[in-house]
Design a protein around this ligand. Structure first.
Ligand code: PEP
Ligand code: MN
Length: 269
């Protein structure tokens, strides 16, 4: 597949990699459901969302504290205060946390964060990847919107060749000529990645479509295609969200999605 021997390949590691995060295991036949707001906005917001997604059966809470926004004038995240609120949400619910790291100088702030996300915009920030490879944190590596599957695997290789085997791949849509959706969710990447790599694969249909109504059907399609889980944006007040409200589902819609997701997963077993 990729030139040189590589650590992401199923050829050298035939069994599925299973990554343990607190009490939950990602990969190896488990269905992992990651949910939460695009951005942490306030204590009330993150606690309300965290409690509701926990009650609906989510395994992991997501929430952005550092937001890589296209415009410098858009909300940039609560930064260090957002990380504190995520830790509080973990204390209150027991849910492990995933949050995006946008720069190496923030690494010390992420000490108690369970999974570090490398976002689409940083998928080829090789210095960041190499440093994260020296940590023992699971890394959720999102596919860049202009990057090939091969390049995603090469970026995973950067992390793994630096010493960290705990990489979770995330398909989150790529940029195409289509304009009615935010991105084109490449679900064919899922069975292909599962074929050529032993790493767990998660699908993010929120950024993959940009449209709340498409999140549930594309989540179910992702599971049917063999993904190890989904990551979806959930907000208690999408109309007033500080980022990505259009693609955020409500806690009620999330509850409904989890029920259906489990049914689809069970059909495959
Ligand atoms: C996110 O998950 O909040 C995010 C910014 O996603 P992406 O990097 O896929 O755009
Ligand atoms: Mn978002």
């Amino acid at each position: 597949m990729i030139d040189n021997i590589n650590r992401t390949s199923r050829n050298i590691h035939p069994n599925n990699t299973v990554i343990k995060v607190c009490d939950t295991e990602i990969g190896g036949g488990n269905l992992t459901i990651i949910a939460g707001p695009c951005s942490v906005e306030s204590e009330e917001q993150i606690l309300e969302i965290a409690k509701s997604i926990k009650n609906s059966g989510a395994n992991i809470l997501r929430g952005g504290a550092f937001k890589p926004r296209t415009s410098p004038y858009d909300f940039q995240g609560m930064e260090a205060d957002g990380i504190k609120l995520l830790k509080l949400a973990k204390q209150e619910t027991g849910l492990p946390i995933v949050s995006e790291i946008v720069g190496l100088r923030h690494l010390n702030l992420f000490e108690d964060i369970d999974i570090l996300q490398v976002g689409a915009r940083n998928m080829q920030n090789f210095e960041l990847l190499k440093e994260l490879g020296k940590t023992n944190k699971p890394i959720l590596l999102k596919r860049g919107f202009s990057n090939s599957i091969k390049e995603l695997l090469s970026s995973a290789e950067y992390i793994m060749s630096s010493g960290n085997d705990k990489v979770i791949l995330c398909e989150r849509g790529i940029r195409t000529f289509e304009t009615l959706t935010r991105n084109t969710l490449d679900l064919s990447a899922v069975p292909l990645l599962k074929e050529i790599s032993h790493l767990p694969v998660i699908v993010d249909p929120s950024h993959g479509t940009g449209i709340a109504k498409l999140v549930s059907p594309m989540s179910l399609a992702a599971i049917a295609a063999g993904s190890d889980g989904i990551m979806v944006e959930v907000h208690n007040d999408p109309d007033n969200a500080l980022s990505d409200g259009d693609q955020s589902i409500t806690p009620t819609q999330f509850y409904d999605l989890v029920q259906k997701a489990r049914k689809v997963k069970n059909i495959l077993l």
